[in-house]
Design a protein around this ligand. Structure first.
Ligand SMILES: [Fe+2]
Length: 175
């Protein structure tokens, strides 16, 4: 096991650097490990098709929602506009935006920037890791604003699902 530098007699750090590192004991935040079974897939209420979410992090300080989006077959999440940036890494299958000419496939990375309205669709099914920062607005085909969603909306969806199915809430996801 690796010793912490502040109590490792072999450490080459000087006393100031050791003291700085030791501040973490009181004021730092520990690294977090999440095993594969520590979260579950639940339905995305309101999506089209069989679309599920596996929450990995509800960051309620920074309005960041980290999740795996799973479309079991053809499906999507409708027209939406982000108010913050989104990063996505495709784990399985493929997906696209109806407005663009690219197709994200396994191993492909997508960076979405705020401000446009676009329509997420999967023709084949997919699993994708998403980092969603800030809010997104959902619209109908006539650009009528339907609702705004943020990390608390997704947290609510998860909590409702747990409550309705008598599943214990994993508080470790909220940090
Ligand atoms: Fe998007």
């Amino acid at each position: 096991m690796i010793k912490n530098p502040y109590d490792n007699p072999d450490s080459i750090l000087d006393d100031v650097e050791k003291r700085v590192l030791k501040r973490h004991l009181e004021h730092g935040v520990q690294d977090i490990y999440m095993g594969t079974d520590e979260s579950l897939f639940h339905p995305w209420v309101g999506a089209s098709g069989d679309v599920f979410l596996k929450p990995l992090r509800f960051d309620v300080r920074n309005s960041l929602y980290v999740n795996i989006l799973w479309s079991k077959g053809p499906g999507g999440i409708g027209r939406h506009r982000h108010r913050g940036p989104v990063s996505a890494y495709t784990l399985e299958g493929s997906w696209r935006y109806e407005e663009y000419d690219w197709l994200a496939q396994e191993g492909d990375f997508v960076q979405e920037n705020p401000g446009v309205i676009h329509t997420l669709t999967s023709d084949t099914g997919m699993k994708t890791l998403f980092f969603v920062q800030g809010a997104l607005d959902l619209y109908d085909e006539q650009d009528r604003h339907l609702k705004t969603m943020d990390v608390f909306s997704f947290l609510n969806m998860y909590l409702d699902y747990c409550e309705e199915n008598s599943i214990p809430v994993n508080e470790n996801l909220i940090f």
